[in-house]
Design a protein around this ligand. Structure first.
Ligand code: ADP
Ligand code: MN
Ligand code: MN
Ligand code: MN
Length: 348
């Protein structure tokens, strides 16, 4: 038997953006445990905005497990928060009731800033560094500093060791701003991996005295880019059948449900989706081929492939909850019939 360090990780009850929380318990197993072997656990919900002080026990239900390469015999255990009965999802549980479909694939592009002493890493104590331009995908100390690359590389290795589908890294447009991409099949799987990747990044940067700023427009109304979390998505139908007619019906459904999408695409998004800095205005839906100023960008490959493949919704922001984002995309997709006859009669 081996003693494993199980880090139970969950989302707290803060709004509009939950914080990641975690605590460790040690359990003995013959080998790296399976999800089914992990016990329920509890925590004090009155300290996380999830309960009143008088009756404060909440239950942690493991939903996914990943190896934790930063610890000997470590595991990262993503949990849902349940009521004391262990069965009813807590109101703050944004995962339990979402739409899911293994055939729906999601690629999230998480942008964020490294922050130190209240400002982006590499910003001078007062004023600004040289204007943005050379930082995106940049190289060299004056562009990316000395620490950032070390952190993103370490984060990549931690994600890969955890079995997370980390797909890539790039330095972003603003100084101190970076991006990583996570791809997953199914909304729960993709979003679990995103939350664990966020957790690993925040835990890793503790030792550097650096924080991750996920706000979508931390530098306000300036000429510095905000942070998004573009959601690339495809269903089996979109990849295998698709077609122009289906695509147009889908875009119409996205247009008609604009408000439901914006509602879960992250707080303060009107500060970011202004029409500037490669964004479309938040209150007007648009799509365009290879258009980074549209709400939805249609990759060239999609058109070349007879309107089959994936689309990129550029509106979700860096603080958005990937469970809710993926679920809303599936909800709108579900409104559009996949048979041409049904689309015609629905439109009539
Ligand atoms: P860009 O910065 O040009 O918008 P990225 O390369 O950062 O693009 O991100 C593209 C994302 O698209 C990746 O995360 C990838 O996983 C995702 N993706 C690629 N193919 C599919 C697909 N068929 N379904 C869903 N997502 C996809
Ligand atoms: Mn990208
Ligand atoms: Mn980007
Ligand atoms: Mn993108």
């Amino acid at each position: 038997m081996t003693k494993y360090k199980l880090e139970y990780i969950w989302l707290d009850g803060y709004t509009p953006v939950p914080n990641l929380r975690g605590k460790t318990q040690i359990k003995e197993f013959d080998a790296f445990p399976e999800l089914e072997q992990l016990p329920l656990w509890g925590f004090d919900g009155s300290s996380t905005m999830q309960a009143e002080g008088s009756n404060s026990d909440c239950v942690l239900k493991p939903v996914a497990i990943f190896p934790d390469a930063a610890r000997t015999n470590g595991a990262l255990v993503m949990c849902e928060v349940m009521m004391p009965d262990g069965k009813t999802p807590h109101p703050s549980n944004s995962r339990a009731t979402i739409l899911d479909d293994e055939g729906a694939w999601f690629g999230f592009e998480q942008e964020y800033f490294f922050y130190q002493d209240g400002r982006p890493l590499g910003f001078p104590e007062s004023g600004y560094p040289a204007p943005q331009g050379p930082y995106y995908t940049g190289v060299g100390y004056k562009n990316v500093g000395a620490i950032a690359r070390e952190i993103v590389e370490e984060h990549l290795d931690l994600c890969l060791a955890a079995g997370i589908n980390h797909e890539g890294i790039n330095a972003e447009v603003a100084k101190g701003q970076w991006e990583f991409q996570i791809f997953g099949k199914g909304s729960k799987r993709a979003a679990d991996e995103m939350w664990i990747a966020r957790y690993l990044l925040q835990r890793l940067t503790e030792q550097y005295g650096i924080d991750i700023e996920y706000h979508c427009k931390p530098l306000g109304d300036t000429d510095w880019n905000g942070s998004g979390m573009h959601a690339n998505f495809s269903t089996a139908f979109m990849r295998e059948t698709g077609g122009k007619d289906y695509f147009e019906a889908l875009m119409k459904a996205f247009d008609e449900n604009l408000e439901d999408h914006i509602a879960v695409y992250g707080p303060d998004n009107h500060l970011r989706l202004t029409g500037k800095h490669e964004t479309a205005p938040w209150n007007k839906f648009s799509y365009g081929i290879a258009d980074r100023g549209a709400s939805i960008r249609v990759p060239h490959s999609f058109i070349k492939n007879d309107y089959k493949g994936y689309l990129e919704d550029r509106r979700p922001n860096s603080q958005g909850c990937p469970y809710q984002i993926a679920s809303q995309i599936l909800k709108t997709i579900a409104l559009v019939p996949t048979s041409a006859e049904a689309r015609v009669s629905a439109a009539a």
